[in-house]
Write a protein that binds this ligand. Structure first.
Ligand code: 5GP
Length: 228
Protein backbone atom coordinates (compact mmCIF):
# COMPACT_ATOMS: atom_id res chain seq x y z
CA UNK A 1 0.00 0.00 0.00
CA UNK A 2 2.94 2.35 0.45
CA UNK A 3 6.38 2.69 -1.04
CA UNK A 4 8.88 4.28 1.35
CA UNK A 5 12.24 5.82 0.60
CA UNK A 6 14.91 3.18 0.12
CA UNK A 7 17.83 5.41 1.14
CA UNK A 8 19.41 5.01 4.55
CA UNK A 9 18.97 7.51 7.38
CA UNK A 10 21.66 9.83 8.64
CA UNK A 11 21.84 9.65 12.44
CA UNK A 12 23.86 12.28 14.26
CA UNK A 13 24.85 11.41 17.82
CA UNK A 14 26.51 13.91 20.15
CA UNK A 15 27.38 13.51 23.80
CA UNK A 16 29.80 14.99 26.28
CA UNK A 17 32.84 12.81 27.00
CA UNK A 18 32.07 10.47 29.86
CA UNK A 19 28.47 9.94 28.78
CA UNK A 20 29.14 6.39 27.59
CA UNK A 21 28.32 7.06 23.94
CA UNK A 22 31.14 4.84 22.65
CA UNK A 23 29.78 1.76 24.44
CA UNK A 24 26.22 2.50 23.31
CA UNK A 25 27.25 2.98 19.67
CA UNK A 26 29.26 -0.28 19.68
CA UNK A 27 26.25 -2.13 21.05
CA UNK A 28 23.97 -0.59 18.42
CA UNK A 29 26.37 -1.69 15.68
CA UNK A 30 26.57 -5.24 17.08
CA UNK A 31 22.79 -5.53 17.17
CA UNK A 32 21.98 -3.86 13.87
CA UNK A 33 23.68 -5.02 10.69
CA UNK A 34 22.12 -2.21 8.64
CA UNK A 35 24.04 0.45 10.59
CA UNK A 36 27.41 1.87 9.69
CA UNK A 37 29.56 4.20 11.80
CA UNK A 38 31.36 6.87 9.80
CA UNK A 39 35.10 7.04 10.48
CA UNK A 40 36.19 10.65 10.94
CA UNK A 41 39.55 12.14 10.02
CA UNK A 42 41.46 13.99 12.73
CA UNK A 43 44.71 15.81 13.27
CA UNK A 44 44.86 14.84 16.96
CA UNK A 45 47.46 12.33 18.11
CA UNK A 46 46.24 8.73 18.52
CA UNK A 47 45.55 7.64 22.12
CA UNK A 48 46.55 4.21 23.40
CA UNK A 49 43.07 2.78 22.75
CA UNK A 50 42.79 4.24 19.24
CA UNK A 51 42.94 1.96 16.21
CA UNK A 52 44.01 3.92 13.11
CA UNK A 53 41.49 3.47 10.30
CA UNK A 54 38.85 2.21 12.76
CA UNK A 55 38.42 4.84 15.46
CA UNK A 56 39.79 7.64 13.26
CA UNK A 57 41.91 8.24 10.21
CA UNK A 58 44.88 10.14 11.63
CA UNK A 59 46.56 12.83 9.53
CA UNK A 60 48.80 15.83 10.19
CA UNK A 61 47.42 19.35 10.47
CA UNK A 62 48.85 20.13 7.01
CA UNK A 63 47.30 17.02 5.47
CA UNK A 64 43.94 17.94 7.02
CA UNK A 65 44.12 21.47 5.59
CA UNK A 66 44.90 20.07 2.16
CA UNK A 67 41.82 17.76 2.43
CA UNK A 68 39.70 20.82 3.30
CA UNK A 69 40.88 22.47 0.07
CA UNK A 70 39.99 19.31 -1.87
CA UNK A 71 36.39 19.56 -0.55
CA UNK A 72 36.79 16.13 1.07
CA UNK A 73 34.61 16.85 4.12
CA UNK A 74 30.86 17.11 4.61
CA UNK A 75 31.67 19.12 7.74
CA UNK A 76 34.74 19.75 9.86
CA UNK A 77 35.60 21.62 13.01
CA UNK A 78 38.47 22.60 15.24
CA UNK A 79 37.85 21.09 18.65
CA UNK A 80 40.23 21.45 21.63
CA UNK A 81 43.04 22.48 19.26
CA UNK A 82 42.64 19.65 16.75
CA UNK A 83 40.80 19.25 13.48
CA UNK A 84 38.00 16.68 13.15
CA UNK A 85 36.07 16.08 9.92
CA UNK A 86 33.41 13.85 8.38
CA UNK A 87 34.41 12.50 4.95
CA UNK A 88 31.70 12.97 2.31
CA UNK A 89 32.19 10.11 -0.16
CA UNK A 90 31.67 6.99 1.95
CA UNK A 91 28.56 8.39 3.62
CA UNK A 92 26.72 9.03 0.36
CA UNK A 93 27.64 5.58 -0.90
CA UNK A 94 26.19 3.87 2.22
CA UNK A 95 23.02 6.00 2.31
CA UNK A 96 22.35 5.26 -1.38
CA UNK A 97 22.61 1.54 -0.60
CA UNK A 98 19.91 1.91 2.09
CA UNK A 99 22.36 1.60 4.98
CA UNK A 100 21.81 3.86 8.00
CA UNK A 101 24.86 5.96 8.86
CA UNK A 102 25.87 7.18 12.33
CA UNK A 103 27.97 10.32 12.71
CA UNK A 104 29.44 10.60 16.17
CA UNK A 105 30.36 14.27 16.23
CA UNK A 106 30.38 17.28 18.55
CA UNK A 107 27.70 19.98 18.65
CA UNK A 108 29.17 22.46 16.16
CA UNK A 109 29.50 19.70 13.55
CA UNK A 110 25.94 18.58 14.32
CA UNK A 111 24.66 22.10 13.80
CA UNK A 112 26.43 22.27 10.41
CA UNK A 113 24.91 18.92 9.39
CA UNK A 114 21.47 20.26 10.37
CA UNK A 115 21.88 23.02 7.78
CA UNK A 116 23.02 20.57 5.10
CA UNK A 117 20.75 17.59 5.88
CA UNK A 118 17.75 18.87 7.89
CA UNK A 119 16.02 15.46 7.69
CA UNK A 120 18.84 13.76 9.61
CA UNK A 121 18.03 12.42 13.10
CA UNK A 122 19.77 14.31 15.90
CA UNK A 123 20.26 12.43 19.18
CA UNK A 124 21.97 13.73 22.31
CA UNK A 125 23.17 11.31 24.99
CA UNK A 126 23.36 12.61 28.55
CA UNK A 127 24.99 11.10 31.63
CA UNK A 128 22.58 10.67 34.58
CA UNK A 129 24.37 13.42 36.54
CA UNK A 130 27.45 15.64 36.41
CA UNK A 131 28.99 13.77 39.36
CA UNK A 132 28.66 10.47 37.48
CA UNK A 133 30.16 12.09 34.39
CA UNK A 134 33.25 13.20 36.36
CA UNK A 135 33.60 9.72 37.91
CA UNK A 136 33.49 8.15 34.45
CA UNK A 137 36.12 10.60 33.17
CA UNK A 138 38.40 9.74 36.11
CA UNK A 139 37.84 6.00 35.72
CA UNK A 140 39.02 6.02 32.10
CA UNK A 141 42.51 6.74 33.40
CA UNK A 142 43.66 8.00 30.00
CA UNK A 143 43.69 11.73 30.78
CA UNK A 144 45.62 14.01 33.15
CA UNK A 145 43.81 16.01 35.85
CA UNK A 146 43.99 19.14 33.64
CA UNK A 147 42.48 17.24 30.71
CA UNK A 148 39.68 15.88 32.94
CA UNK A 149 38.91 19.41 34.16
CA UNK A 150 38.91 20.71 30.58
CA UNK A 151 36.59 17.90 29.47
CA UNK A 152 34.27 18.54 32.43
CA UNK A 153 33.94 22.26 31.59
CA UNK A 154 33.43 21.41 27.93
CA UNK A 155 30.72 18.88 28.87
CA UNK A 156 29.02 21.43 31.14
CA UNK A 157 28.81 23.86 28.20
CA UNK A 158 27.62 21.20 25.75
CA UNK A 159 24.76 19.98 27.96
CA UNK A 160 22.99 23.33 27.43
CA UNK A 161 22.79 22.60 23.69
CA UNK A 162 20.55 19.58 24.15
CA UNK A 163 17.37 21.41 23.06
CA UNK A 164 18.77 21.80 19.53
CA UNK A 165 18.49 18.02 19.04
CA UNK A 166 15.40 15.93 18.18
CA UNK A 167 15.92 13.35 20.92
CA UNK A 168 17.68 13.10 24.26
CA UNK A 169 18.61 9.79 25.86
CA UNK A 170 19.89 9.62 29.43
CA UNK A 171 22.45 6.87 29.80
CA UNK A 172 21.77 5.55 33.30
CA UNK A 173 21.96 1.96 32.06
CA UNK A 174 23.71 0.91 28.84
CA UNK A 175 21.16 -1.69 27.62
CA UNK A 176 18.18 0.57 28.27
CA UNK A 177 19.83 3.56 26.58
CA UNK A 178 20.80 1.42 23.56
CA UNK A 179 17.23 0.10 23.27
CA UNK A 180 15.89 3.65 23.30
CA UNK A 181 18.16 4.72 20.43
CA UNK A 182 17.26 1.57 18.51
CA UNK A 183 13.56 2.41 19.00
CA UNK A 184 14.13 5.99 17.78
CA UNK A 185 15.79 4.72 14.59
CA UNK A 186 12.95 2.24 13.95
CA UNK A 187 10.24 4.84 14.63
CA UNK A 188 11.90 7.32 12.27
CA UNK A 189 11.60 4.74 9.46
CA UNK A 190 7.80 4.99 9.83
CA UNK A 191 7.62 8.77 9.41
CA UNK A 192 5.13 9.79 6.75
CA UNK A 193 7.67 12.08 5.12
CA UNK A 194 9.62 8.93 4.16
CA UNK A 195 6.66 7.82 2.02
CA UNK A 196 7.37 8.20 -1.68
CA UNK A 197 4.07 6.83 -2.96
CA UNK A 198 0.74 5.63 -1.60
CA UNK A 199 -0.94 3.19 -3.97
CA UNK A 200 -4.18 1.15 -3.92
CA UNK A 201 -3.67 -2.56 -4.43
CA UNK A 202 -7.37 -3.35 -5.16
CA UNK A 203 -9.91 -0.89 -6.56
CA UNK A 204 -12.53 0.29 -4.11
CA UNK A 205 -15.39 -0.65 -6.51
CA UNK A 206 -14.10 -4.23 -6.83
CA UNK A 207 -14.19 -4.78 -3.10
CA UNK A 208 -17.53 -2.99 -2.88
CA UNK A 209 -19.05 -5.35 -5.48
CA UNK A 210 -17.66 -8.43 -3.80
CA UNK A 211 -19.13 -7.28 -0.54
CA UNK A 212 -22.52 -6.69 -2.25
CA UNK A 213 -22.46 -10.14 -3.89
CA UNK A 214 -22.13 -11.66 -0.49
CA UNK A 215 -25.78 -11.24 0.34
CA UNK A 216 -25.83 -14.29 2.54
CA UNK A 217 -23.84 -14.44 5.72
CA UNK A 218 -20.56 -12.65 5.63
CA UNK A 219 -18.04 -15.27 4.51
CA UNK A 220 -14.64 -13.97 5.37
CA UNK A 221 -12.64 -16.83 3.85
CA UNK A 222 -14.58 -16.83 0.58
CA UNK A 223 -14.22 -13.08 0.26
CA UNK A 224 -10.50 -13.03 0.85
CA UNK A 225 -10.04 -15.82 -1.74
CA UNK A 226 -11.89 -13.71 -4.32
CA UNK A 227 -9.85 -10.63 -3.51
CA UNK A 228 -6.58 -12.53 -3.79
P1 5GP B 1 37.94 12.66 20.89
O1 5GP B 1 39.21 13.42 20.73
O2 5GP B 1 37.57 12.50 22.35
O3 5GP B 1 37.96 11.35 20.14
O4 5GP B 1 36.78 13.51 20.22
C1 5GP B 1 36.53 14.82 20.60
C2 5GP B 1 35.19 15.29 20.04
O5 5GP B 1 35.25 15.35 18.60
C3 5GP B 1 34.03 14.34 20.37
O6 5GP B 1 32.95 15.14 20.87
C4 5GP B 1 33.66 13.73 19.05
O7 5GP B 1 32.27 13.45 18.97
C5 5GP B 1 34.03 14.85 18.09
N1 5GP B 1 34.26 14.39 16.70
C6 5GP B 1 34.80 13.23 16.27
N2 5GP B 1 34.81 13.18 14.93
C7 5GP B 1 34.25 14.34 14.50
C8 5GP B 1 33.96 14.87 13.19
O8 5GP B 1 34.22 14.27 12.14
N3 5GP B 1 33.38 16.11 13.15
C9 5GP B 1 33.08 16.80 14.27
N4 5GP B 1 32.48 17.99 14.12
N5 5GP B 1 33.33 16.34 15.52
C10 5GP B 1 33.90 15.11 15.62
Amino acid sequence: MIKSKKSGQLIVISAPSGSGKGTIINKLLEENKNLWLSVSTTSRKPRTNDIPGTTYNFVTKEEFESLIKDDYFLEYTNYAGNYYGTPKGAIKEKLDKGIDVILEIEIEGASNIKKLVPEAIFIFILPPSLKILVKRLQKRGTDSKEKILERFHQAYKEINEVTKYNYVVVNDEIDAATDKIDAIIKAEKCRVDRIEEVFVDTKEEEIHELLMEDDKEFDNENLSEKID
